[in-house]
Design a protein around this ligand. Structure first.
Ligand SMILES: [Zn+2]
Ligand SMILES: [Zn+2]
Length: 324
């Protein structure tokens, strides 16, 4: 399913399967999650996508061809392909073990072809071995919603009372991770979304309400997943002194001006960009022990436009996953 240019629907396109180059693998896609970032790509909200591009960066697949020089992965192995698809290895960020900030990266489904397809080519060094435990559909959302959520959670610090703004795919995973860590989750949905609030409570949130509401107690940290700049001052007001607000999305509408008083007292406002391979390995190692219950809605690959439209309109709980 190809995005030929932003603001147009994806188009079913028959393409020959490419051969993997040196260091690359070809992966037959078993399932690919649909992330809000895919919407940002298709909706033209991110600069300089490669066009045409095949979106999708929550890929679970099986290696069916291996290029020269690939080490540690073999034919037939099940792997996950995440958003971070390649880094340069030599820029100051790569050298300082901050490859998520690489100066010359490639991102799956944005600047290199992704998983809204029957097969994809990946840099083998950025693929995660997944083993054979777990259903591909249930694993796919971990590859971004889970991984970026995990990185955001680490940046949020150790605080016990955690607010999650925007209770979509990432928050529904992260609420379970945070609860497993012994934290209290406060879930914020769109005002009046009682169904979403009930869903959040069913996953262990101690409180759920509209993002226009104040939580019953001051929070230690908050993570904003919804791409809505208006939430930033609301979240700053919801956190206690020394609290941290983490913006976890790649794109957000403009943040309105706000009084300095809500940042004062050592509150911090930070963003999370991309992931490192270490984040992925750390998180995937923990996943079996956490027992995450993944709520998914599956769509056949050719219905990718419908999945994107449903995500845009908030028509499902949890995560959407495409199956070729
Ligand atoms: Zn680099
Ligand atoms: Zn994503």
């Amino acid at each position: 399913m190809v995005s030929n240019q932003p603001h147009t629907p994806l188009v079913w396109t028959d393409l020959p399967d490419r051969e993997p180059g040196p260091g690359e693998i070809r992966v037959k896609v078993l399932a690919c999650g649909v992330c809000r970032t895919d919407l940002h790509v298709v909706d033209g909200e991110l600069p300089h996508p490669n066009s045409p591009i095949i979106p999708g960066h929550e890929i679970v697949g099986r290696i069916d061809a291996v290029g020269d020089g690939v080490v540690g992965l073999s034919l037939g192995e099940r792997v996950g392909i995440p958003w971070l698809g390649h880094t340069c290895g030599v820029c100051p960020y790569c050298v300082a073990s901050r490859e998520n900030l690489c100066d010359a990266p490639l991102f799956t489904g944005y600047t290199r072809d992704g998983g809204f397809a029957t097969a994809t080519i990946a840099d083998a060094r950025f693929a995660f071995p997944l083993g054979e435990t777990g259903d591909a559909v249930k694993l796919a959302p971990l590859l971004c919603a889970g991984l970026i959520g995990w990185r955001a959670l680490a940046l949020a610090g150790e605080g016990r009372r955690l607010g999650l703004y925007g209770f979509g795919a990432a928050a529904h995973i992260l609420a379970q991770v945070a609860r497993w860590q012994g934290r209290e989750v406060y879930a914020f949905t769109q005002a009046g979304d009682t169904k979403g609030q009930a869903f959040a409570r069913s996953l262990g949130a101690v409180w759920a309400g509209g993002s226009d509401e104040a939580p019953p107690v001051p929070l230690d940290a908050a993570i904003i997943f919804a791409p809505v700049g208006d939430l930033v001052p609301l979240a700053l007001r919801a956190v206690a002194k020394g609290g941290r607000v983490v913006c976890a999305g790649i794109h957000m509408s403009d943040i309105p001006a706000f009084p300095y008083a809500i940042l004062w007292e050592e509150r911090q406002l930070v963003s999370v960009a991309n992931l490192s391979r270490k984040d992925g390995l750390d998180f995937l190692k923990l996943v079996p022990g956490i027992g995450i219950v993944m709520t998914t809605t599956t769509y056949p690959l050719e219905r990718a436009n419908r999945a994107l439209a449903d995500l845009r309109a908030g028509r499902f709980e949890g995560a959407a996953v495409l199956v070729p």
